[in-house]
Design a protein around this ligand. Structure first.
Ligand code: CO
Length: 208
């Protein structure tokens, strides 16, 4: 795909949308009230809207390397705060994916410069779960399991925020942990138990 092709595609997309609904863009311009916040990996193969069959206006999206929710990351924290408190999303999805380059890098010994502090957060997930992970002999199985555990830990990081705790209490906001399997196209629900996690961490992390 080249740059010219992108602008040709855009023209065709506009025409297609208007052919079905001549007010399509007028309506989009009126505002947004998405039901979902999606936090996923920047990986070019994991296209949030496409794999979910979602349309513009459906999902508020935040993507970074390895779908991390780091509490000092002003960008991720602003996205969570704005979408939960202002847009009133009712579901937050943390979606990881198998064959994630960020997770792979965190499993190896290599100095990757500016990426080191970012990947350190994934190494911390490994350390938290090293008993389970060290018991897995097969490297690919271990890699996939770390992807899942990372999603779980990032869901916990979402739940640690005040906005999310308040919205869960006030309107039943839910947090979901998913994994996208690049090899099959399948979305896998890790069935994160919000209330169980909440009860386990609230003694320490309760903010509201
Ligand atoms: Co990735």
């Amino acid at each position: 795909m080249n740059i010219e092709k992108i602008f040709q595609n855009n023209k065709k997309w506009i025409a297609d949308k208007l052919a079905v609904d001549e007010n399509y863009f007028e309506d989009l311009a009126k505002g947004q009230s998405p039901e979902f916040l999606y936090i996923g990996c920047s990986d070019s193969r994991v296209s949030a809207e496409e794999m979910m069959g979602a349309n513009p206006g459906d999902i508020f999206v935040h993507r970074n390397i390895a779908n991390m929710v780091v509490n000092t990351d002003l960008s991720a924290m602003s996205v969570i705060s704005y979408s939960v408190s202002q847009l009133k999303v009712n579901h937050i999805i943390v979606c990881g994916h198998y064959y994630c380059g960020g997770v792979k890098a965190a499993m190896q010994s290599a100095d990757l410069g500016i990426l080191n502090p970012w990947l350190r957060n994934i190494r911390d997930v490994y350390r938290l779960h090293h008993h389970e992970l060290d018991g897995i002999d097969d490297e690919e199985a271990k890699y996939k399991r770390l992807v899942e555990l990372n999603v779980q830990e990032q869901c916990i990081n979402v739940i640690k925020t005040a906005d999310v705790q308040r919205a869960n209490r006030e309107r039943g906001l839910r947090v979901h942990g998913w994994v996208f399997d690049v090899k099959t196209g399948k979305l896998i629900d890790l069935k994160i138990d919000f209330q169980k996690i909440l009860s386990q961490i609230m003694e320490i992390y309760r903010l509201t």
